[in-house]
Design a protein around this ligand. Structure first.
Ligand SMILES: [Ca+2]
Length: 307
């Protein structure tokens, strides 16, 4: 208020202003006093106000906290959604695992059933194994028995063969044949020429008899009893060698003792067949083949196949 060109002041105005200042100072003083008084009176109130203030501050803090939480929640909402998807995925995985576990359980049950079957089979095998020694003993017994049976069978075959042999011999004997040391001999009832007699013998699967041992010679002359019988000895070829008609080997040295002394004399140069006529070891004579004499056929015994 003191600066600027000096106003053209009037004394009334200056006085007015002075009064206003004084009034203002007084008013201020009054306000000061009133405020002191009010403060004194309202002091307890201020305490309450300050509490309220404190409470308000606390509330504000909580509101702040809540807003912070809210923003955090907002931030986490995305995370929660992702977690939800993950939970769904985990749940699906769990479902798959459950079904896999069920399949595994089924497989395990099947395997158990098979195992039981195998176990029972194995028990069977064990039973068989336990029976093996007994079976082996039985087998040994059976094989011993089998050997016995084979032995008996062989004996039976032998017996059967003997029976067969006896049967063959009896059959031949019943037809008039004599059996001696593996040969049958037939002494005829009728007379024939040497050749005709040989033909008869052939028709009975035999030949006019050969004589290859002393015992055989003895059998023949004894059975002949001094009667004339053709035997299977004849001369062959221009040299006139004696031969057996049944192809036995002619033993010239051995046969010397079987001729009647002085024989063979080949009377009339026509005696080419031999007979026995004496009841002795020296019983053999040569005679004309056209003579009709009794005759002796000889057939080796051939065992027939067992029936
Ligand atoms: Ca003679």
């Amino acid at each position: 208020e003191g600066y600027g060109p000096p106003p053209k002041t009037r004394p009334s105005l200056v006085l007015g202003r002075l009064l206003t200042v004084r009034a203002a100072v007084i008013f201020l003083m009054l306000v000061l006093v009133a405020s002191v008084l009010l403060q004194a009176i309202l002091y307890p109130w201020f305490g309450t106000v300050s509490d309220v203030k404190t409470n308000a501050q606390l509330l504000k803090g909580r509101v702040d906290n809540i807003s912070t939480l809210s923003s955090e929640i907002k931030r986490n909402r995305g995370g929660v959604a992702a977690a939800g998807i993950q939970v769904q995925m985990v749940s699906a995985s769990l479902d798959r695992m459950r079904s896999q576990i069920r399949r595994l359980e089924t497989s395990v049950k099947e395997a158990n059933a098979r195992l039981q079957v195998l176990t029972s089979s194995w028990e069977e095998v064990d039973k068989f194994n336990a029976q093996i020694p007994e079976l082996k003993r039985d087998l040994d017994k059976a094989s011993a028995l089998n050997a016995k049976v084979r032995g008996l069978q062989r004996r039976l075959e032998n017996v059967s063969q003997l029976f067969q042999q006896q049967n063959d011999i009896l059959q031949m004997v019943s037809q008039g044949w004599k059996y001696f040391r593996g040969n049958f001999y037939y002494f005829s009832q009728v007379t024939r020429t040497w050749y005709s007699a040989q033909q008869f013998c052939l028709s009975r699967d035999s030949h006019l008899t050969s004589v290859t041992s002393e015992s055989e010679q003895e059998l023949l002359y004894r059975t002949a009893g001094g009667l004339l019988y053709w035997i299977g000895l004849s001369k062959a070829g221009s040299e006139g060698y004696w031969y057996w008609v049944d192809d036995s080997l002619f033993n010239k040295v051995q046969s010397v003792k079987f001729w009647i002394p002085g024989e063979p004399n080949n009377t009339g140069n026509n005696e080419h067949c031999a007979d026995i006529k004496m009841s002795s070891l020296q019983s053999r004579n040569d005679a004309s083949c056209d003579n009709e004499f009794l005759f002796i056929c000889k057939r080796p015994y051939m065992p027939s196949e067992p029936c």
